[in-house]
Write a protein that binds this ligand. Structure first.
Ligand code: GSH
Length: 283
């Protein structure tokens, strides 16, 4: 077992300057802007401020899927928000998302500008706006939204729990890694059982639930997240694996997952996206 030996919580928690973790330089216990800076605005109706993390690529995949269906109103400018440099705390970003997390979207297509934050809310907004990737039938729609909310509620155990302690924490704490590995595997089993009886997460059609869940759990089983595929023995989840590969082969997914990518361990990167021709280097 590895624990911080001798640690006793004080009566009142006090922030220490450095906890040594990967995100220690940006994390703090207060909200709001820390510096004045406007966000850039491009020529398209939709302005996305994001980063190519699993939460970020949900939106770029959705937008690329909409464009692939011919929805020109889904044209977008994707601007890079470098969260490790604290850009989510600019006054412009906080106006779009008071929670200072990517992704954040501004829709300038109508007279009244609309901001949308939270990746699940953005996916839902886009599916409502374009009437795509969400079932019309009330019961099927409810099933789809249940899975969408499942994703936003479950992924923090995968990302903030498993991923944080397996990859980012300054020391390997067995208790934390055990707890969140167990929960991540339980979640993979939930998905595997669901996909053993359905082609896609919410039924027979590809929806925003697949986009949201693939970005985390699909990438995880494909070995594209935390390099944890062997550790979590993901090959065991055969239905999740087959579904993940099927979605990974979609052209819109191939495009969407490289937008706002700045991570050095990803093979293809498109730091900003302003036009379909930006993807020409993939051909
Ligand atoms: N529930 C949010 C989570 C968003 C989120 O955690 N974004 C992370 C990157 S994946 C972020 O911006 N972190 C910056 C920070 O914590 O300061 C969503 O689904 O949009």
């Amino acid at each position: 077992m590895s624990y911080p030996t001798g640690y006793q919580p004080s009566e009142i928690w006090i922030m220490e300057n450095e906890n040594g973790g990967t995100f220690s330089n940006i994390n703090k216990p207060t909200a709001g802007a820390t510096f004045e800076k406007e966000l850039p605005v491009g020529k398209h109706p939709l302005q996305l401020y994001s980063l190519g993390t699993p939460n970020g690529i949900k939106i770029t995949i959705m937008l690329e899927e909409l464009l692939a269906l011919g929805h020109t109103g889904a044209e977008y400018d994707a601007w890079l928000c470098r969260i490790h440099k604290g850009e989510q705390f600019s006054s412009g970003f906080v106006q779009v998302n008071p929670n200072s997390k990517i992704p954040a979207l501004v829709d300038n297509s109508s007279q009244k500008q609309q901001r949308v934050f939270e990746s699940g809310a953005i996916l839902f907004y886009l599916s409502e706006k374009f009437k795509e990737f969400i079932p019309i039938n009330f019961n099927e729609r409810t099933e789809c939204l249940s899975w969408l909310f499942w994703q936003t509620g479950s992924a923090p155990y995968l990302g903030g729990g498993f991923g944080h302690f397996y990859k980012y924490a300054p020391e390997k704490i067995k208790y934390a890694i055990d707890r969140f590995s167990m929960e991540t595997k339980r979640q993979l089993d939930v998905l595997d059982q669901r996909l053993s009886k359905n082609d896609f997460i919410s039924g027979q059609n590809y929806t925003i639930a697949d986009i949201a869940i693939w970005s985390w759990y699909g990438q995880l089983v494909l070995g594209e997240l935390y390099n944890a595929d062997v550790f979590l023995d993901v090959a065991k989840y055969q239905h999740v694996m087959a579904w993940a590969k099927k979605i990974d082969n979609r052209e819109a997914v191939k495009r969407g997952k490289i937008v706002n990518q700045s991570s050095s361990d990803k093979p293809n990167q498109l730091r900003e996206r302003h036009d379909m021709s930006d993807f020409d280097f993939l051909k």
